[in-house]
Design a binder for this molecule. Structure first.
Ligand code: MLC
Ligand code: AMP
Length: 468
């Protein structure tokens, strides 16, 4: 979709931008981007599905953009992926080749390099809006990560709704340092910039210093990033010249919201969503910015709260219910997982987000928390407890294990593994980092004599969490 199909007006109007993308020391003009990505499209056109090791580099930007121009579905693979997770993603997705960055372990697939200086001006026909743009892997409460089928239509609808809510235009310079293998950094950050036509700056690491030095108008960050920014008052003050600071992917602690407002003069805009639904709820640039609340449904999005008895909860700002959404930004199911797909929806087609929320009389939403203790959010990353437990049980020094997310000032939640066994904690942490992704490793392993279990023999995680 790149640009042309995404928004021809934006491309035409901004064809002369000499610094459309800055990433990893490279600067791409709009013309470099279109020419080099079209050349990539020529080489991958007709492929069934392509894997992209999503490191934050110009190579990755061109690989992604080339696939979008060619209409080839791509699979963003976490830059820090480990052996077992990589094997699963490749097998499950049926990817035929790696495009762009070359992985250390290609897993038997051929590698197609991206040539940064190649150019093509061929005009590719616009792929159908219903077609799959990407298959993005995400964790569930149990089992291996599932491939989320995300259509071009869903992405375009989401970016347009966010642009309206945030008054986001081609005049903006969008800055972030988030991974390019999740919705936040990839779909909103990179594809959003391609569609809106604004300048995009990737800072490499999302630190207070790199954000302060980037000179943007629109900044994206997960709460961990914002809490690190406010810990550096000088860097935070440099963001006062920005237009909008946006937080999402996990709850922004109220003290961080307040401190950010104090140091930068900008109350942050909070927004909520998921890999499956994309972003569905947000504060508007011209709306009320209330700490702890994530705003109103985006244009075209409907929300409702379901109580346990199936009734719809009132919008009184207090009654907690399961948040459900109906939205044009929704995914097209989990790849190869019809049962999991069916379970994600109510009989009447509403998507079950798995989050508990309240809605006030004015329609403003507050996210209360996840309904399952087995889905952990750490540094804005979604991690399934079951996935980490399965890997740990594969280690000979582990007899029993339970993984939980404990409250953490920096990461929101930190992954802690309670283990019955005789393995060294550091060895277990590295074992997970090597098998899954580095960011899924437990930050702490506690060796215990026994796990708390109920009469059925099931581990009582709520009790474990009080051991924290
Ligand atoms: C440490 N490291 C190890 C290791 N221990 N490497 C290998 N094995 C081990 N045992 C290394 C790491 O590789 C890394 O190296 C360095 O230590 C620091 O890693 P870290 O400790 O994991 O980083 P940290 O500082 O904790 O990261 C914080 C963070 C990160 C905020 C930068 O969590 C982050 O980028 N979060 C963003 C997640 C996100 O975008 N989520 C959006 C999901 S979409 P090196 O060399 O690499 O530094 C979504 C929808 C929505 O949720 O609503 O948006
Ligand atoms: P992911 O699939 O990685 O995109 O994670 C989606 C989950 O992140 C949601 O179901 C929420 O639990 C959480 N999340 C995203 N944004 C917010 C937010 N602004 N506040 C609280 N939780 C959030």
């Amino acid at each position: 979709m790149l640009l042309a199909s995404l928004n021809p007006a934006a491309v035409a109007a901004r064809a002369d931008i000499v610094d459309a993308v800055r990433i990893d020391g490279a600067v791409l003009s709009r013309s470099d981007l279109v020419g080099a990505a079209t050349s990539v499209a020529e080489r991958v056109g007709g492929a069934y599905r392509i894997a992209i090791l999503a490191t934050p580099t110009a190579t990755t930007v061109l690989a992604v953009t080339g696939c979008l121009i060619a209409g080839v579905p791509f699979v963003p693979v976490p830059a820090d992926v480990g052996a077992a997770e990589r094997a699963h993603i490749l097998t499950d997705s049926g990817a035929q080749a790696w495009l762009g960055e070359k992985p250390a372990e290609p897993g038997g697939l051929p590698h197609v390099p991206v040539r940064l200086h190649a150019r093509s001006w061929h005009r590719h026909p616009e792929p159908s809006p219903q077609s799959t743009a990407m298959v993005m892997y995400t964790s569930g409460t149990t089992g291996l990560p599932k491939g989320v089928l995300i259509s071009r239509r869903a992405i375009a609808a989401d970016i347009d709704a966010l642009a309206a809510a945030w008054q986001w235009t081609a005049e903006d310079t969008l800055v972030h340092g988030l991974p390019l293998f999740h919705v936040h950094g990839l779909v909103l950050g990179l594809l959003g910039s391609l569609r809106v036509g604004n300048r995009f700056v990737h800072t490499g690491k999302p630190t207070a210093e790199t954000y302060a030095a980037a000179g943007g108008t629109l900044y994206f960050g997960v709460p961990t990033v914002w809490s690190r920014v406010v810990a550096d008052a000088d860097a935070a003050a440099a963001l006062s010249s920005a237009r909008l600071l946006v937080s999402g992917s996990a709850p922004l602690p109220v003290p961080v919201f307040d401190r950010l407002a104090e140091l930068t003069g900008h109350a942050p805009v909070e927004r909520y969503g998921s890999t499956e639904s994309l972003i569905t709820i947000s504060t508007r640039a011209d709306g009320d910015r209330r700490p702890g609340w994530v705003g109103l449904p985006l244009a075209g999005v409907q929300t409702r709260l379901r109580r346990e008895d199936g009734s719809v909860a009132p919008h009184d700002g207090e009654t907690i219910g399961s948040l459900q959404v109906r939205t044009p930004t929704l995914f097209d199911g989990y790849l190869n997982r019809p049962e999991a797909t069916a379970e994600a929806f109510e009989a009447d087609g509403w998507y079950r987000t798995g989050d508990a929320a309240v809605i006030d009389e004015g329609g403003t939403h507050r996210i209360v928390g996840r309904e399952s203790v087995d889905l952990i959010k750490s540094g804005g990353y979604r991690i399934g407890a079951g996935e980490v437990e399965t890997v740990l049980l594969g280690h000979p020094g582990v007899a029993e294990v339970a993984v939980v997310g404990l409250p953490d000032e920096d990461l929101g939640q930190r992954i802690v593994a309670f283990v019955v066994g005789d393995a060294a904690p550091d060895e277990l942490i590295s074992f997970v980092a090597e098998q899954l992704s580095v960011h899924k490793r437990p930050r702490e392993v506690r060796l215990v004599d026994a796990l708390p279990r109920n009469a059925m023999g099931k581990v009582v995680k709520k009790e474990l969490m009080t051991w924290g």
